[in-house]
Design a protein. Structure first.
Length: 466
């Protein structure tokens, strides 16, 4: 049995887990969970509590060590956000959340000046106002940007904190809209056109690369740190037990819903640009052709608003209410920019419906069924776009992550898309994180074999269209 530690940081919570790889399956044990939230500082910036995140990750690693020494440790997280380091590799900037609206002016100016075709031709990345490209452009007047020696994405910031090694993992780098997806290297001509400082961009490493060993953390010292596919969606897709990859799609369902396919080559055609598809790099030299759809963020933000009024609703309670409001059929566009920022989500949904001449939801069940139906409709639209651009015909959709536990959403997705839906693994990101480490250590010979082990490690449900 080979043991590995996986650190997975999501946009509302983090987990530290042990993965035990045998010849029969991969066993996961989540040793430490913690919640974290974005907050607004006195200057109005929307930030991550980086101190809390770092402290909780260290606590989790310490708990894992109580069960033995691992072969290695690897970290994955959400994409696009970063920190700025000085010449001594110390963090000197705030760690902004991608939900900070500071990026809108930079997004509009840069896209207008350079044109979507120029930005997309090499990067192949979906246009979202919070991509790292626009975050960095919006930060150019900040003192921390002017003083910075390097910038690192979230997993690489933690790698640097633990090992002192400065490098950027390529799957996460591909989400920045600053990477040439065909060359798997930084798009330096675009960096220059955007007016960014090329010297801030570090060397790149691939999933499976050895970063270094933990140093300066007492009992943790000596643990080998390797790179997984450090964008959490890249790890999640690495954790899918595909049957026939050419006819199967996936939805990584959490705060965001990432809807896509795995490919050997990127697609950056005009048709792909028109559909606003993204080409993000994956483990084992793969490409994830997908689209970001706003996911359970909508319902979580509704819950947060209701909680502030002393109404505590769990997801299962809301899904039960939705089942009783099944006849309510109003739809919203989950990707409307008004839904990206935190706060007052029910009011925003009502305002959207009023503006569009749609019957607005009133009860908790109506809000929930409206959100779930709207997500399923958005999934169908995205799957159709991917089929048209790639020429593939999708027969099965794998739904991964926490959202895969919502049977009503799974059934609505099967109905809307007209294909079979298979659930799980719920912990696909942790499975994928461990799989890449096992591949790096030579414990498994290929990603295909690792996926076969994952397929034996959980129970999947199937949903067929009604």
């Amino acid at each position: 049995m080979a043991n590995f530690i996986a650190v997975d940081l999501g946009a509302t919570s983090g987990r530290v887990a042990i993965g035990r790889v045998t010849t029969e399956k991969i066993e996961l044990e989540i040793v430490h969970r913690f919640a974290h939230e974005i907050f607004e500082d006195k200057d109005g910036a929307i930030l991550w509590d980086w101190k809390l995140i770092t402290e909780q990750v260290l606590i989790g690693i310490e708990k894992c060590l109580e069960q033995g020494t691992p072969i290695s440790l690897a970290i994955d997280s959400w994409a696009v956000d970063y920190g700025l380091l000085d010449g001594k590799d110390k963090l000197i900037s705030k760690v902004h959340s991608y939900r900070d609206p500071r990026t809108f002016p930079a997004f509009e100016e840069l896209v207008s000046r350079l044109g979507k075709e120029r930005i997309y031709q090499d990067t192949g990345i979906q246009f979202l106002n919070f991509n790292t490209l626009y975050q960095l452009v919006s930060a150019k007047s900040d003192e921390s940007y002017k003083a910075a020696s390097k910038f690192l994405l979230i997993p690489d910031m933690l790698n640097a904190e633990l090992t002192g090694k400065i490098s950027t993992e390529v799957t996460n780098a591909s989400t920045t809209q600053l990477l040439d997806v065909k060359k798997r290297n930084w798009d330096y001509p675009l960096i220059e056109l955007a007016g960014l400082r090329a010297e801030m961009f570090t060397e790149l490493h691939e999933p499976g690369a050895e970063i270094g060993t933990i140093t300066g953390f007492g009992a943790l010292d000596g643990i080998k740190v390797v790179a997984t596919a450090s964008h959490d969606t890249a790890s999640a897709v690495a954790g899918i037990p595909f049957g026939d990859r050419d006819s199967e799609a996936y939805i990584s369902s959490g705060t965001w819903s990432l809807v896509g396919i795995e490919s050997d080559v990127p697609v950056t055609s005009k048709q792909a640009l028109t559909a606003n598809l993204t080409n993000e790099l994956g483990a084992a030299n793969t490409v994830r052709i997908l689209k970001n759809v706003t996911g359970m963020w909508l319902l979580e933000e509704c819950r947060r608003t209701w909680r502030a009024s002393n109404e505590e609703w769990t997801i299962p309670q809301l899904v039960d209410e939705a089942s009783r409001s099944f006849g309510f059929d109003s739809l919203i566009d989950p990707n409307d920019p008004r839904f990206r920022s935190p706060g007052e989500m029910p009011e925003r949904i009502v305002a959207y419906c009023v503006e569009k001449g749609i019957n607005p939801p009133r009860t908790k069940g109506e809000f929930t069924i409206c959100i779930l139906r709207s997500l399923a409709a958005a999934y169908q639209k995205t799957i159709s776009e991917i089929e048209e651009v790639t020429g593939k015909k999708i027969s099965t959709i794998h739904i991964l992550g926490g959202g895969s536990q919502i049977s009503l959403l799974n059934q609505l997705t099967a109905n809307a898309c007209g294909v079979k839906v298979k659930t799980g693994p719920v912990e696909s990101t942790l499975f994928g994180n461990i799989a890449v480490q096992a591949l790096s250590a030579g414990v498994v010979p290929s990603l295909k074999v690792a996926r076969e082990l994952i397929g034996k490690s959980f129970i999947s449900e199937e949903f067929t269209p009604n």
